[in-house]
Design a protein around this ligand. Structure first.
Ligand SMILES: [Zn+2]
Length: 253
């Protein structure tokens, strides 16, 4: 074998090994984010099937705890047709890191990034235009704690607050959510829709999005039957006083 043939063989082996390492590393990284993408798609589809958002409205995101990147649904795609390649990976400075289909992230991405910036413990966000919640968003009317279950929403003032109007897709909308998202895990956007956030996986934020709609419907019925008068509500202190019953002796105690 000639000198050049030996060098060539040697180099090709090095390059092959290097190539395998790089592909392996990339596959590992992609797989991690792809699981997150699958979770977000699953929740987005569920929201559509449950009627919480229609006509391509609403958007959903999750933060990857290791990289800090956010996986978010793209703009204007039917959720039933969404694939993993359509999902957008973006950093907190709004730089798109990856989108295999080349789609743009949701136009309400700035609002999601604002919330992740303000609430470092939050890892998932669901934004919907669900009907009853949007009715109260239109009326700029916070939803009081009519039922005790509202204590799971981390509502510091015993209500689902309303963030003041900001034009969708603008930094004004992103900035408008500051007070509301610091007050509660669930809030309305004036004249627009609803937002739910959670520290856990997106299924947990979605559960809160379902609760917003349920509480809004309940409030609408209560107001109607009560002749438009405010129904009684739990004060914030009562909601915050909840604790698991100490009379139940758990296995690990
Ligand atoms: Zn919206």
């Amino acid at each position: 074998m000639s000198y050049y043939a030996i060098v060539s063989l040697y180099l090709s082996r090095i390059l092959n090994v290097q190539l395998r390492i790089n592909i392996g590393e990339n596959q590992g990284e992609t797989k991690m984010l792809e699981e997150l993408k699958e979770q977000v798609i699953k929740t987005a589809r569920q929201a559509q099937r449950d009627g919480l958002c229609k006509h391509k409205s609403g958007n959903f995101s999750s933060r990857d705890k290791e990289t800090g990147y956010v996986v978010i649904t793209p703009s204007g795609v039917d959720r039933e047709l969404l694939t993993v390649d359509d999902m957008v990976v973006i950093d907190l400075d709004a730089n798109v890191i990856e989108c295999k289909s080349g789609l743009r992230p949701s136009s309400e991405t700035l609002m999601h990034l604002k919330i992740y910036g303000l609430r470092p413990e939050v890892n998932s966000i669901c934004h919907t235009h669900s009907l009853y919640a949007t009715v109260f968003a239109v009326l700029n009317k916070p939803i009081p704690a009519l039922v005790y279950e509202m204590m799971v929403m981390n509502c510091k003032q015993g209500r689902i607050p309303v963030a003041p109007y900001g034009r969708p897709g603008t930094t004004a909308l992103a900035d408008s959510v500051t007070d509301a998202c610091l007050e509660a895990d669930t809030f309305l956007l004036q004249g627009h829709g609803a937002v739910a956030v959670d520290a856990g996986p997106i299924e947990d934020a979605y559960l809160k999005a379902c609760y917003i709609e349920e509480f809004a419907e309940l409030y609408q019925h209560a107001l109607t039957i009560n002749g438009g008068k405010e129904p009684p509500a739990f004060p914030a202190e009562e909601l915050q006083a909840w604790a698991y019953p100490k009379e139940i002796h758990l296995l690990n105690q």
